[in-house]
Design a protein. Structure first.
Length: 224
């Protein structure tokens, strides 16, 4: 494994590391992002989220996406490669150094004219945004800690208001337990819409919300 660059931030020491066809951003033992540098459409992490996006696009118009906690653009990279650079993507990351490293290392060789890299607090961004998104991936962590703001009424209301009536919103809940995810669903479902808990092959949990006009068939095969 080769360390290409390291930099100190308020969250710790970030390192860009490369191993064969994989490039990753790490903070100590915590992985922030990981991509394939070759022609792979699917990226090495968040495969379940990528599959949900792909299935969603079979049933609904998919024009605008937002990644809150964009890291080094693992999900935007998949969207661009899978849908031919036709989706408008807002990738929101609050650490300027992460955005700088993303531009330098993680977006090489792909078209980015429909990708907006936004350096801003995600909670503030979604509050101020005038756009409506078809898909939002909420991947907000302080290192490995899931922020309490994710289940705040204001944030959940903003997510609901800034998405189309058929949108899908996916929260990365990572190390939360099934019970904790269920508690979150009870808080958020009356605000956003029908919720489902899903789990990937590595045991990580996600909570998925379907807005009122979303066809549940688009995600049915991924539900527990």
């Amino acid at each position: 494994m080769t360390v290409l660059e390291s930099c100190s931030t308020k969250d710790g020491l970030l390192s860009v590391v490369q191993h064969e066809n994989m490039l990753a951003l790490r903070n100590g033992d915590t992985g922030y992002s990981c991509i394939y540098t070759d022609d792979n459409i699917y990226q090495p992490v968040y495969l379940l989220v990528q599959q949900i996006i792909e299935s969603f696009a079979e049933y609904h118009s998919f024009n605008h996406a937002s990644i809150l906690g964009g890291g080094c653009c693992t999900i935007p990279r998949f969207i661009i490669k899978r849908f031919g650079n036709n989706i408008q993507i807002d990738s929101v990351e609050y650490l300027p150094s992460v955005v700088e490293l993303t531009r330098k290392y993680f977006l090489q060789g792909i078209k980015t004219d429909h990708l907006n890299l936004i350096t801003e607090d995600a909670f503030q961004f979604i509050s101020n945004s005038s756009k409506k998104y078809d898909f939002i991936f909420v991947d907000l962590f302080v290192r490995s800690i899931w922020p309490e703001e994710c289940k705040g009424k204001r944030f959940l209301t903003n997510l609901s208001m800034k998405t189309t009536d058929y949108a899908v919103i996916v929260f990365n809940c990572y190390h939360l337990s099934n019970e904790q995810c269920s508690d979150f669903c009870q808080i958020a479902e009356p605000i956003i819409g029908k919720s489902h808990i899903i789990k990937d092959d590595y045991g990580s949990y996600y909570v998925l919300f379907l807005k009122r006009n979303c066809n549940e068939q688009c995600v049915k095969k991924y539900l527990l």
